[in-house]
Structures are given as structure tokens and as C-alpha cells.
Design a protein around this ligand. Structure first.
Ligand code: ADP
Length: 172
């Protein structure tokens, strides 16, 4: 039977930090379900559907990554899949307290589920969706921290000019 894990999050938007966790989780699990949380309270920049579509496009060639979204309690969502493990990434000790409480709460809600924490890749420990949005909004470059597709979508959202690759090096 396939070993399946659920990687839940807001992914508003997905970054290379998240992608790195997915890729490393695939070394342990046969399949990873990236589950976009529909969290109205967080007032996301991208709608649940936009976030899901971006992630789907990024993993279109990887059959072992399933992209989905969910509303309500994470444990209820996971119980409907064939996963027994929730994956979360840890960037710094500041992530730990919240994650520890959430994992403990989820475990008390459903004792069949476990949370597996993965340390961030050292190259991405400072990358969060929030800072990416702040920098992108002010026109700062986020290339190398998020895929090109995400950086384009951010520019569209913030109504910033999108450089046409085909023009670079053409006239000058
Ligand atoms: P949430 O709102 O559920 O925290 P996020 O999209 O911010 O959703 O993050 C989803 C998960 O990915 C969390 O476990 C978070 O700690 C982890 N994560 C976020 N950014 C990184 C990163 N740069 N490196 C590793 N893990 C990360």
C-alpha cells in the first residue's frame, strides 16, 4: 500500500521553501497531498482556487504530488484520505511553539494521525509567504525564492510590469 502524507498550509503563495519540503517528503512517502487551506480569516492574497491552480501547474509532471484544497478541520480532511501523517516545515524556533500546539491538538482530535516536522533547507529558512508578498508588493525581486510562475502572478496581483523575456537582449 502507498505511504501517503498530507502537507497542509496556506501557500499564499507557494515558495521554494514549501517546494523543498514536498520534494524531501517524497523521499519518505510514495505520495504527498499538498492541501491548500481555505482560511477566510487569514484574508489571503490569492483565492483558494488560485493557490491550488498555481501549485497544480508547478507539479504537473509529478504524478506523486496530489494538489487539493480543504475547508474546516485538518484532521477531518486527512481522515478522508488514506494518509496517516501530516507534514509541517519548521524554519526557526519561533515556528515551534505554534506548531507544537497544533500538532498536539490534532493528535488529541485524532489519535491515529501523526505530525512529521521537517527542518527547512538552510537556503530558505528566511523565506515566508508573508515576506515574499511584502517584498513583491514594493517591486522587489523574489526570483530564486519562488518559481517564475509565482513571481508573475504576484506582479499581476500588484499590477506591476511583467518583463517580457523575449524583449531582453533584443533591442539593447
Ligand atoms: P500556514 O498558514 O498553515 O502556516 P504556510 O503556507 O505559511 O501555511 O506554511 C505551510 C507549512 O510550510 C508550515 O508548516 C510552514 O512552517 C512551512 N514553511 C513555510 N515556509 C517554509 C520554508 N521557507 N521552509 C520550510 N518550511 C516552510
Amino acid at each position: 500500500m502507498d505511504k501517503v502524507a498530507v502537507y497542509p498550509g496556506s501557500f499564499d503563495p507557494i515558495t521554494y521553501g514549501h517546494i523543498d519540503i514536498v520534494e524531501r517528503a517524497l523521499e519518505i512517502f510514495d505520495k504527498v497531498i499538498v492541501a491548500v487551506a481555505h482560511n477566510a480569516e487569514k484574508r489571503p492574497l490569492f483565492s483558494t482556487e488560485e493557490r491550488r491552480k498555481i501549485i497544480k501547474a508547478l507539479f504537473k509532471d509529478n504524478r506523486n504530488v496530489i494538489v487539493d484544497s480543504f475547508k474546516g478541520l485538518l484532521v477531518d480532511y486527512v481522515a478522508k484520505t488514506n494518509a496517516k501523517v501530516i507534514i509541517r516545515g519548521l524554519r526557526a524556533t519561533s515556528d515551534f511553539e505554534y506548531e507544537f500546539h497544533m500538532a498536539s491538538m490534532n493528535r488529541s482530535l485524532n489519535t491515529h494521525l501523526d505530525t512529521l516536522f521537517m527542518m527547512t533547507n538552510k537556503d530558505y529558512f528566511f523565506v515566508s509567504s508573508r515576506t515574499i508578498k511584502e517584498v513583491a508588493k514594493l517591486g522587489g525581486g523574489v526570483e530564486g525564492l519562488v518559481p517564475d510562475l509565482v513571481s508573475r502572478r504576484l506582479k499581476e496581483k500588484f499590477k506591476l510590469p511583467i518583463p517580457k523575456k523575449s524583449q531582453i537582449g533584443w533591442d539593447d
